[in-house]
Design a protein around this ligand. Structure first.
Ligand code: SF4
Length: 216
């Protein structure tokens, strides 16, 4: 997927950001770099067509301004009372025909907000605010959080924040296992007889999921 990107647009305000430099270093071939004042100059402007742009999407690196965490509607919870979602990226490198992202925006470019640290601040603030009960955080509402990992470094950046807070009542590793176990259980009940796990350096988490599935 990295090979498909020929152009990267970068907001001027984050051109010296450490994550911008890190992401650029992951592209080995020559890439066109175009600087802009705001991603809105390129992303989701009226004359764009999602389907045409999907043939050759560009990557846009920008800074997420304003609120980073949003409340999840009550009916979408998985049992917890404090549920939040965040979008560090808009659009997906894949093109599943059933996905609501197809045409959610007029633009098919991948928009990535590099200021993860500002997301961390809001996440940790919520964890502290809800210290007497579990908080649930959902990523990937506007993208597939893991699909672009080779470029975004999402997991390696965000997991330590949850790890750091694991002694809190919010043990997010357990939460991740709980979600995955429920998803696996659902798949098995619907006739899936083989499951494939990407451990992403979380082998113990995968063991935990597998042993819980076997117990059921
Ligand atoms: S977000 Fe998920 S369902 Fe949508 S295109 Fe990407 S991989 Fe497919």
């Amino acid at each position: 997927m990295i090979l498909m990107i020929e152009t990267i647009y970068i907001e001027n305000q984050i051109k010296k950001h450490h994550r911008t430099k890190q992401i650029l270093s992951r592209f080995k071939k020559k890439i066109n770099i175009v600087y802009c004042d705001h991603y809105g100059e390129i992303f989701n402007i009226k004359s764009q067509n999602f389907r045409i742009q999907k043939k050759k999407p560009a990557l846009i690196l920008a800074k997420k301004e304003g609120k980073k965490l949003h409340n999840v509607p009550n009916s979408f919870s998985i049992g917890g009372k404090k549920n939040y979602y965040f979008s560090h990226m808009l659009n997906c490198i894949y093109d599943c025909e059933y996905c609501f992202l197809q045409g959610k925006h007029m633009s098919a470019h991948y928009l990535l907000f590099v200021n993860y640290e500002d997301f961390f601040i809001e996440i940790e603030k919520k964890i502290k605010q809800n210290r007497f009960e579990k908080s649930y955080f959902f990523s990937g509402y506007d993208c597939d959080s893991l699909a672009f990992e080779g470029v975004t470094g999402f997991v390696e950046s965000f997991l330590p924040i949850f790890e750091k807070n694991k002694n809190n009542k919010n043990n997010n590793i357990n939460l991740a296992a709980e979600i995955a176990i429920n998803q696996c259980d659902d798949l098995i009940q619907n006739g899936v007889d083989k499951l494939h796990f990407y451990t992403l350096n979380q082998a113990s988490l995968t063991f935990k999921i597998c042993s819980n599935i076997q117990k059921k």
